[in-house]
Write a protein that binds this ligand. Structure first.
Ligand code: PLP
Length: 387
């Protein structure tokens, strides 16, 4: 209980105490799993909970933990990151327009182009690193900017403070997909954003065992609206999954420290490897991007990507790795390698992938908590085995 209400604790402390002190019945340190659909109520009066789609104590506890971590005015938890993004777009109306980072997660693109376009919400993919490009993409109907920074999979950095100001000057709101950084590295609401959106499946939960999504709101009215829409649409997170998320969040800060330290060493290793043409990591090799990342984040995270000199060797590379698993997803304790061109970003038209730099030789690596020497040895052996 000591954490509650205190604005002074560091994010690391808040993360470690996720869900602690929430059990008013027995004082259990860990939040219990309230595996119930409904709640008894005496007489006509409903209690604080009446039906678990509307509210559930385990989910509530996890929502509070995420909200506290991001410093928001309310958070909603969803069944996946895509459900969180869907919930956000549900706040719009027919005829509204969205601007979205051009190399954002492929599923974000698919949601806007394949689903919401049918309901009259239009979108434009823009290089959000360029304020000129963003400025010229605004229309009188633009109500929402979705920025992903660092982006997936090219780890490009967009200027959040300036984007927030620009969105507000056009009467729009800024949502930041903060999946790669989390609030222990980057704090979108403090940089002026209206929403921090997460695939909580990734670093927040951290163990590749639960799908979850979250949106943290800067303003109470936005929270009230999202809450109402989520109750209406029903895309909530179940109590077991909310508990797994809470359990994972407790170690978020130490996992991120370890994963980031590993990633920094792997970037150095790969950038000197003869089989690797180019390495992407936030700010790496680009002074302007580096300064920007430092001005809005307290670290660089644990996602990186690299381009093979010989693109056709990507399958051989994945097959030759023994420790790093070829699998989509990211942010967990185990290191995973992905081929964005054919996997995470296949929703983008091929010419758009090429234009963005999502080329066939590009590999994305989510660095885990293993010993870094083992990770480097695995990569070295597999890369050297390529013809
Ligand atoms: C940056 C980003 N946002 C959103 C999502 C979607 O999240 P989920 O898979 O939890 O629906 C992902 C998934 O990979 C992602 O990487």
């Amino acid at each position: 209980m000591h954490v509650h209400g205190s604005p002074k604790w560091h994010p690391e402390t808040l993360a470690a105490h996720s869900g602690v002190g929430q059990d008013h019945s027995y004082g259990s340190v860990s939040t219990p799993i309230y595996q119930t659909v409904t709640y008894q109520h005496p007489g006509e009066n409903l209690g604080p909970y009446d039906y678990s789609r509307t509210e559930n104590p385990t989910r509530h506890s996890a929502q509070e933990a995420i909200n506290r971590l991001d410093g928001g005015q309310g958070a909603i938890l969803y069944g996946s990151g895509m459900a969180a993004l869907t919930g956000l777009v549900h706040t719009l109306h027919q005829g509204d327009h969205v601007i979205v980072t051009d190399d954002a997660y492929g599923g974000t693109y698919r949601l806007l182009t394949d689903v919401f376009s049918k309901f009259g919400v239009t979108s434009t993919m823009v290089n959000t690193r360029s304020l000129d490009a963003v400025e010229s993409a605004f229309t009188p109907a633009t109500r929402l900017v979705i920025a992903e920074t660092p982006s997936n999979p090219l780890l490009r950095v967009s200027p959040l403070r300036a984007l927030a100001e620009m969105a507000h000057s056009h009467g729009a709101q800024l949502a930041v997909d903060n999946t790669f950084m989390t609030a222990v590295r980057q704090r979108p609401l403090e940089l002026g954003a209206d929403f921090a959106v997460y695939s909580a499946t990734k670093y927040l939960a951290g163990h590749n065992d639960v799908l979850a999504g979250a949106t943290v709101c800067r303003h109470e009215e936005q929270y009230a609206l999202l809450n109402e829409l989520t109750n209406a649409t029903g895309s909530i997170l179940g109590p077991w999954d909310a508990w797994l998320l809470l359990r994972g969040m407790k170690t978020l800060a130490v996992r991120m420290d370890r994963q980031e330290a590993n990633a920094v060493q792997i970037v150095q290793f790969l950038s000197q490897h003869a089989k690797v043409r180019e390495v992407f990591y936030p700010g790496f090799g680009n002074e302007e991007q580096d300064l920007l990342q430092k001005s809005q984040s307290s670290g660089t995270g644990a996602m990186l990507s690299f381009v093979l000199h010989e693109p056709s060797q990507y399958v051989d590379l994945m097959n030759a790795l023994r420790l790093i698993l070829p699998a989509v997803s990211l942010g967990g304790v185990e290191s995973l390698i992905t081929h964005p061109f054919n996997e995470t970003h296949r929703e983008l038209p091929e010419e758009v992938r090429w234009e963005l730099g999502i080329v066939p030789g590009l590999m994305r690596l989510s660095v885990g908590i293993e010993h870094v020497d083992d990770l480097i040895a695995d990569l070295d052996r597999a890369l050297c085995a390529l013809a």
